[in-house]
Design a protein around this ligand. Structure first.
Ligand SMILES: *Cc1c(COP(=O)(O)O)cnc(C)c1O
Length: 481
């Protein structure tokens, strides 16, 4: 009964009524290439390869349309904190959809899940946070930050204080403001970015700039670049500094312990607002509810998304500290900003159930006290592998650097030529062997679901090790070593 392969009805093979569902992978790939423009993807390259079709998830695993199981070391895209297949969240979403699937928050109206979630977010966040602004995504959250920070300074009578300082190799999203705050050259090249009033300083990447220094010395030095930039621009022009507690998409860049406290000191000294982009680090990923707590800082604003719903329904927002909230509420009048789906009741219902799960299963404490330190120990031991120049972890994010040859110290390792694409070769071996790991250049990174057990960490690290062996053999066979 094979019909036109471009007919969507042909996607699921006729045996669909039986278990297990069988998919016509080639037909899906063909339709995908014909009509679906993927984010951050070269469409011609993808069409030549054919997209891998994901069809199911359970716990820490996902399955593709060919029935292959993959251990999801990236928790979807840094977001599936409570794992796949949570019926409780699906039930909460269903119930809310039947009760009231949508109503806006514009017309002096509200809805019960949005209110409950706001109160819960305030409860689990540091004490300076008593208000929430909702968006649909992390990018919109950071757009909101730009609007709110500038509005705050306007209300202080300091309209000229509008410059926001971010960092090279930061990721803050892909809207115009999000991409501008991001420090990715490849994004700025396309579309005339950054928008005015957003500047960047260097990142606190010890391997990049720390040679001859202790991590502590380098952390202070990297923070001092903020003060240099403030003085260059003029302190009375600077509105805020924004950073991810640990940079995610930039390659899991874990700053030295001295970095963030010094950043806090400098922000305090010049009275500039400190914004933590918690889109990845929030909701337990670093073994604290928010990464800021782990880094010992007191931000004025925190952007969240991803883990707030574990990806069950899109939701983002900004936790607004009292300093900014008081100004907006007391003196601000109407803030001319918002989204149709700000406070979407179904998304908020998903977040509520997700956070309840994180609480009841003590996932934050588990990552902080047990599985986080264990992951660090086991993952960092991969440095014994001949391809691994260095490996580090913080909570449930980790990364390792593939090198051509090791040196006396991590700074003397010999990298591969970037054009060889060794990270992507390694990623291919991982995927082919049932392990999802992301490549950022030649740095291989993970951010697994927080529910992962010690036994599953053992399974994952063993799998990574054997995939590294295969990558090594492959590189030798191709004479790339
Ligand atoms: C993913 C991400 C964003 C953007 O979130 P979207 O929901 O994709 O818009 C912003 N900041 C950080 C740190 C992120 O990791």
């Amino acid at each position: 009964m094979q019909s036109n392969p471009l007919d969507p009805a042909a996607i699921v093979a006729p045996a669909a009524a039986q278990k297990p569902v069988r998919y016509n992978t080639a037909a899906i790939q063909q339709l995908d290439a014909a009509h679906y423009l993927h984010p951050f993807t070269d469409p011609k390259d993808l069409a030549a390869r054919g997209a891998r079709v994901m069809v199911r998830g359970e716990g820490i695993y996902v399955w593709d349309s060919e029935g292959r199981r993959l251990l999801d070391g990236m928790a979807g895209l840094w977001c599936v904190n409570v794992g796949y297949g949570r019926k409780r969240i699906a039930d909460a979403v269903y119930a809310q959809m039947m009760q009231l699937h949508f109503y806006n928050s514009f017309f002096q109206t509200t809805n019960v899940p949005a209110v409950e979630l706001a109160a819960l977010l305030v409860e689990i966040s540091p004490p300076q946070f008593n208000h929430v602004f909702y968006t649909g995504s992390g990018s919109e959250g950071n757009d909101t930050v730009v609007r709110m920070v500038r509005r705050y300074w306007d209300l202080q009578g300091c309209k000229q204080r509008h410059v926001i300082i971010s960092r090279h190799n930061a990721y803050h999203g892909s809207t115009m403001a999000g991409a501008s705050l991001s420090g990715m050259a490849a994004m700025h090249e396309q579309g005339g970015l950054p928008i005015p009033g957003i500047v960047h300083i260097g990142q606190p990447y010890y391997l990049e700039g720390g040679k001859g220094k202790t991590p502590e010395q380098f952390g202070l030095e990297a923070a001092s670049w903020l003060e240099d930039k403030i003085l260059e621009i003029g302190p009375d022009q600077v509105a805020a500094f924004i950073g991810e507690p640990v940079q995610g998409a930039g390659g899991v860049i874990i700053p030295p312990p001295t970095y963030w406290p010094e950043i806090q000191r400098i922000c305090d000294k010049y009275g500039i607002l400190l914004v933590a982009d918690e889109v990845i680090c929030g909701f337990g990923r670093l073994g604290a509810w928010f990464g800021s707590e782990r880094m010992g800082i007191r931000p004025d604003l925190m952007t969240f998304a991803k883990g707030v719903t574990s990806g069950y329904i899109p939701l983002g927002g900004v936790l607004v500290g009292d300093r900014v909230a008081d100004a907006l509420i007391q003196d601000g009048g109407e803030f001319n900003h918002g989204f149709t789906y700000s406070g979407h009741p179904v998304a908020c219902a998903a977040a509520l159930e997700n956070i309840r799960i994180i609480r009841e299963e003590k996932l934050v404490e588990q990552v902080r006290d047990d599985t986080g330190p264990y992951l660090k120990q086991e993952f960092e031991a991969l440095v014994a592998h001949p391809l691994v120049g260095s490996a580090d972890a913080c909570g449930f994010v980790a990364g390792l650097n593939l090198v051509r040859a090791k040196g006396e110290t991590v700074f003397d390792a010999v990298p591969f030529a970037p054009e060889l694409g060794v990270g992507m070769i390694c990623r291919g071996h991982m995927f082919d062997n049932g392990m999802i790991m992301r490549a950022v250049g030649d740095r291989m990174i993970i951010a697994p679901p927080l529910i992962m057990t010690r036994a599953q960490i053992d399974e994952m690290v063993a799998l990574i090790g054997s995939c590294l062996d295969q990558t090594l053999a492959d590189l030798q066979a191709r004479n790339l070593l």
